[in-house]
Design a protein around this ligand. Structure first.
Ligand SMILES: *[C@@H]1O[C@H](CO)[C@@H](O)[C@H](O)[C@H]1NC(C)=O
Length: 137
């Protein structure tokens, strides 16, 4: 391996470790639809994700124990250990990945149990006109 390609591999490795994908607003809306979110809910979920994490897949609130782009709570929905647990039978770390398939599946499960009010940001910011969150997408 040349030293240039060695540096490239090293840089790619560092980037992979520091994984933290920030979704674009419209990209987020498209992604969650491919993972099962109905079209008429996209604006509300986009509002929630922006308010909870600013679309940062790696967001963690260590004081509340909330994880990922939807800030899913370790108190109820996932396990911080190596074994999956909580209502979503998952590891919280799964909700911090670039790929938001698992985070979205858990968010939909939470919604099925509690509705959008499971997210405090919903009542604060996202239960009115949320059309601006999908405008231009
Ligand atoms: C983290 O959670 C605490 C407790 O719910 C909250 O007061 C705080 O605003 C949160 N921090 C961020 C950055 O969201």
């Amino acid at each position: 391996m040349s030293s240039k390609s060695a540096i490239f591999v090293f840089a790619a490795f560092v980037l992979a470790l520091g994984r933290a994908k920030i979704y674009d607003r419209c990209e987020f809306g498209r992604a969650i639809q491919t993972y099962g979110v109905p079209a008429d809910q996209v604006a509300v979920w986009t509002c929630i994700a922006q308010r909870e994490s600013n679309f940062d897949t790696a967001a963690v609130n260590w004081s509340s124990g909330d994880h990922g782009i939807f800030q899913i709570s370790e108190l109820f929905w996932c396990s911080t250990g190596d074994t999956p647990g909580g209502g979503c039978n998952a590891r919280c770390a799964q909700f911090e990945q670039d790929d938001i398939a698992e985070a979205t599946a858990c968010a939909l499960y939470i919604y099925s149990q509690m509705g959008f009010t499971a997210w405090t940001t919903y009542l604060q910011y996202c239960n009115g006109d949320v059309s601006s969150y999908v405008a231009g997408c």
